[in-house]
Design a protein. Structure first.
Length: 243
C-alpha cells in the first residue's frame, strides 16, 4: 500500500483522513451511549447534554486556536477557509475540558463527568490517528527523518518516524490499562484525569520527534499546552504521588 493512501471510488478520490475522522466521531459516540446505558450515571440526562454541548464548543474553539498557534504562519499564507480548518486534537481535548467546566458551573453540576467519556475519547483518537498515518506527509503528524529501524517513507521519499503508529501503540496500551483500572472503586473523575495526564505526557515527549518550526524557549506550542495541562492537574498529581 502506498502512502499517502488515496483510494479512488467510482472515479472520485476519497479523503481517507476525513472519512476516518467522521467514523471516529460516530463510533466514539455510539460507544459512549453503550457505556452510559450500562453504567449508573449520577448526572441527569439534561445536565449530561449540557456538558456534552460545552465540551463540543470548547473542543471546537480549542482545537482551532492551538492549531493556529502551532502554525502561526498560516494566518499570512492561507485563506480564511483553510485557517478555520487548521486544528489539533490536543487543543480539542483541553478546550473541551474547559468547556465542560464552564458548562458545569452554569448549570450548577458538582459531580465529575469525565470518566464516562474517557474510553470513547481514546477510541475516537485511535481511529483518527489511523487516518493521519494513511495521509502520510499530507498531515502534520509525521516525524523527523531517522535512521532508526522504525523509519518509514510517508510520501516524500524520506525515512521518517511514523509518529501516528507510535501513538496507536500507546493508545492501545492506555485503553486497556484504564479500562482495567476503571473496574476498581475509584473517586469519580480519576480515570479521565489519568488519561489527560498520561496522554499529554506522551505527546510532550513525542513532540521532540516532530519537525516543528515554531518554538518558544525550545518548546513547541503543543508542549507548552502539555505543561499547562499538568499545572491544571497539579493538585491531583501531587496527591497521587505523595499522599
Amino acid at each position: 500500500m502506498q502512502i499517502p493512501f488515496e483510494p479512488v471510488v467510482f472515479g472520485y478520490k476519497v479523503n481517507i483522513h476525513l472519512l476516518l475522522e467522521y467514523l471516529a466521531f460516530f463510533i466514539a459516540y455510539r460507544y459512549y451511549v453503550y457505556l452510559r446505558r450500562n453504567t449508573e450515571d449520577v448526572i441527569s440526562s439534561s445536565n449530561r447534554l449540557a456538558i456534552i454541548l460545552g465540551a463540543a464548543i470548547g473542543a471546537f474553539l480549542g482545537s482551532r486556536i492551538i492549531g493556529i498557534l502551532e502554525h502561526p504562519s498560516v494566518v499570512y499564507t492561507h485563506s480564511l477557509f483553510y485557517i478555520v480548518n487548521v486544528k489539533t486534537i490536543m487543543g480539542g481535548l483541553f478546550g473541551g475540558l474547559l468547556g465542560v467546566e464552564i458548562a458545569k458551573k452554569m448549570i450548577g453540576e458538582k459531580s465529575s463527568s469525565g470518566d464516562l467519556f474517557t474510553l470513547p475519547i481514546i477510541i475516537g483518537i485511535f481511529i483518527g490517528r489511523i487516518g493521519c498515518f494513511l495521509s502520510g506527509t499530507k498531515e502534520f503528524t509525521y516525524g523527523k527523518p531517522t535512521t532508526f529501524f522504525t523509519g518509514m517513507n510517508l510520501g516524500d521519499g524520506v525515512l521518517r518516524h511514523p509518529l501516528s503508529l507510535y501513538e496507536l501503540l500507546f493508545l492501545m496500551l492506555l485503553f486497556f490499562v484504564l479500562k482495567n483500572y476503571s473496574k476498581n472503586k475509584t473517586e469519580s473523575g480519576t480515570i479521565f484525569k489519568w488519561f489527560m495526564i498520561s496522554y499529554f505526557g506522551f505527546r510532550f515527549l513525542l513532540e521532540f520527534l516532530k519537525p516543528n518550526e515554531f518554538l518558544i524557549l525550545g518548546l513547541s506550542t503543543i508542549q507548552i499546552l502539555c505543561i499547562t495541562c499538568w499545572i491544571y492537574y497539579y493538585k491531583f498529581i501531587n496527591k497521587a504521588l505523595f499522599s
